[in-house]
Design a protein around this ligand. Structure first.
Ligand code: FES
Ligand code: FES
Length: 193
C-alpha cells in the first residue's frame, strides 16, 4: 500500500519481476536479502566501503547498500543468483572455482559481480587510475595484475585471497573476452568508482 513513506514498486531482478511494498528508506540490498530472500548479495559494512553487496545495475557495478530500492525500479538488476546460465557457471564463477579465488566466500558474490563489470569496462576501453595511456585511440590497456588490482580495489576480502582473485579475473578475461557481457544488459556509459 502506497503512502507518503512507502510505495509499491516492481524490481526487475535476473530477468524476473518482483512487486513489493517498500518503505522509501529501504536499500536495494535489504530489499534483496530481507524481502526477496535473494541472500547471495552480502552485507559487510552497509556503508559502501567493502563491496560485498556489489550487484550490476543495467550492466554496471553498484554497491546495493547505497542504492535505494525505489531508485532501482525500472533498472535491470543482476545479482550473483543471475549470472550463471542454468547449470552452466559464468566464466568468472568458473575461474574463481578453478583458481581458489576465495576462502570463507563471504566477499565472493560481490567479487564476482565486480569482476564481470571490470571485464566489460576494460573491453569497452575504459581506463583506470593506473592506465598509462588514456588516449581514446590507445584502446584497452593490457589487463595486467596492476590493472586488475586497481579496478577491483573496491572489493575487500577479509581472508586476503587477493592473489587468487587477481588470477581468476585474468583467467576469465583471457578465456572469454566477452565474459563481462554475458547475461548483462546495456553498455556502460561512464566510469564508476
Ligand atoms: S555492504 Fe555494501 S559496500 Fe559493504
Ligand atoms: S573469501 Fe573470505 S572475505 Fe573474501
Amino acid at each position: 500500500m502506497a503512502s507518503s513513506t512507502s510505495s509499491v514498486i516492481t524490481l526487475n531482478i535476473n530477468g524476473e519481476k518482483y512487486t513489493l511494498p517498500v518503505d522509501h528508506r529501504t536499500t536495494l540490498l535489504d530489499a534483496l536479502r530481507e524481502r526477496l530472500a535473494l541472500t547471495g548479495s552480502k552485507k559487510g559494512c552497509d556503508q559502501g566501503q567493502c563491496g560485498a553487496c556489489t550487484v550490476l545495475l543495467d550492466g554496471r557495478r553498484a554497491v546495493s547498500c547505497l542504492q535505494l530500492a525505489v531508485a532501482a525500479e525500472g533498472r535491470e538488476i543482476t545479482t550473483i543468483e543471475g549470472v550463471a546460465e542454468g547449470d552452466q557457471l559464468h566464466p568468472v564463477q568458473q575461474a574463481f572455482l578453478d583458481l581458489d579465488g576465495f576462502q570463507c566466500g563471504y566477499c565472493t558474490p560481490g567479487q564476482i559481480c565486480s569482476a564481470i563489470g571490470v571485464i566489460q569496462e576494460h573491453a569497452a576501453g575504459w581506463p583506470s587510475a593506473v592506465t598509462e595511456d588514456v588516449r581514446p585511440e590507445a584502446g584497452p590497456p593490457p589487463l595486467t595484475a596492476e590493472e586488475i588490482r586497481e579496478r577491483m580495489s573496491g572489493n575487500l576480502c577479509r581472508c586476503s585471497a587477493y592473489v587468487s582473485i587477481v588470477e581468476a579475473v585474468a583467467r576469465a578475461a583471457e578465456a572469454q573476452p566477452d565474459a563481462g557481457r554475458a547475461g548483462l544488459g546495456t553498455e556502460p556509459k561512464e566510469a564508476v568508482a
